[in-house]
Design a protein around this ligand. Sequence first.
Ligand code: PGA
Ligand code: ZN
Length: 439
Amino acid sequence: MSKIREIQAREILDSRGYPTIEVDLRVDDLKYPGETVMGRASVPSGASTGESEALELRDENKKRYLGKGVLKAIENVRNRIAPALIGRDFPLQSLLDDTLRDLDGTPYKSRLGANSILGVSMAYIRAQAASKRVWTEEILASIFKSSATTLPVPLMNILNGGKHAENGLAIQEFMIIPAGFHQFSEALRAGAEIFHRLKKILHDQGLSTGVGDEGGFAPTFEGEKPHEQALLVIMQAISDSGYQPGKNVFIALDAAASEFWDKKNAYRFEGNLLSSADMISVYARWIKEFPILSLEDGLSEHDWTGWSRLTETLGSSCQLVGDDLFVTNPTFLKQGIEKKVANSILIKLNQIGTVTETLETMKLASHSGYQTIISHRSGETEDTFIADLAVGTDCQQIKTGSASRTDRTAKYNQLLRLEERLGEKARFAGYSAFKRWMS
Ligand code: PGA
Ligand code: ZN
């Protein structure tokens, strides 16, 4: 038995320089009775958030951090959560998370804030690992009942647009998928080499090599078809690095289309207003011309009719990922499964607000044949929990930005450590993560 002895929360800065919450949670040390050990976790924050995400509680006091302070969330940890948990033992993570949900009592965690709840939920996992002298992913694996031997394929966002850059690209993320390798470390190396090659290509074309929120470049392409220009430079970066686009390295897109959809059911795209059918045609053309294996939020979270059509048209040739569409919420995912909308789901802990619910959504997805992709947020910290989560659940894919910005590489570096620790047992997901969509 390992009782919770102390919970502390503080404001720290995220990768955008806005405050977020970090939680330190102390439990009894199982090895040395009378001593305690600490688990620490911090919570990320999105920019292109889905409307039905759990609530991120901000102070809204314009005099501090432009209203983005999280002192109220911290007060909630201190005054509401800690008194209810201290002195108690939770033999199952789900019992802790249920207690947190009951304390909040609202569907979207709007009373206590999903940020305060998630900070405690993740820190408890870490504290368990510390107390039992095991790794975080081993705790997650025991809950998820997985082998925790899979290293995920990284979806590396090397070119940023949308809300994560100010360069006029509607599509938010252009990612490379280095799937055709035997080891995670080799795939990561390929990704990093392509990233550096892309920098040179952009520089030689007189384009900006400054990076966006997720560490990818954010150049402004001046032509009439900036998105195709973006895809072309990525193709060139792959081949110039000695890899083969469509053979060992592929492309993924996150359109984050809710951000360029307007209420008249039209998409503002490259100077035109397009219907969902028109957008689907654009994607169909790109999928034909470029080795695109994954398309996330291709249409708006409010355009479920369009999504059905998108899935019907492109679902057999491309991974179609619901992010803002499903917000890691089993209720929305169930609707998607019933209506045959999308075939994959992005997994973000803070969209739903507890580790247990995140794992439940992942289970539901895999039982229904939906692929899962663990994801960072555009606002991140040095916390590497999602790398542990990916391995702990044998998840085959992770997207956590480019090969730059420590907030991104911290996760990749943790995966390198896990690969090393697993040694012979490590299995890189590679092509098998995408086999349904590979011709
Ligand atoms: P966000 O972006 O963290 O700003 O929501 C990431 C994504 O859309 O996948
Ligand atoms: Zn997304």
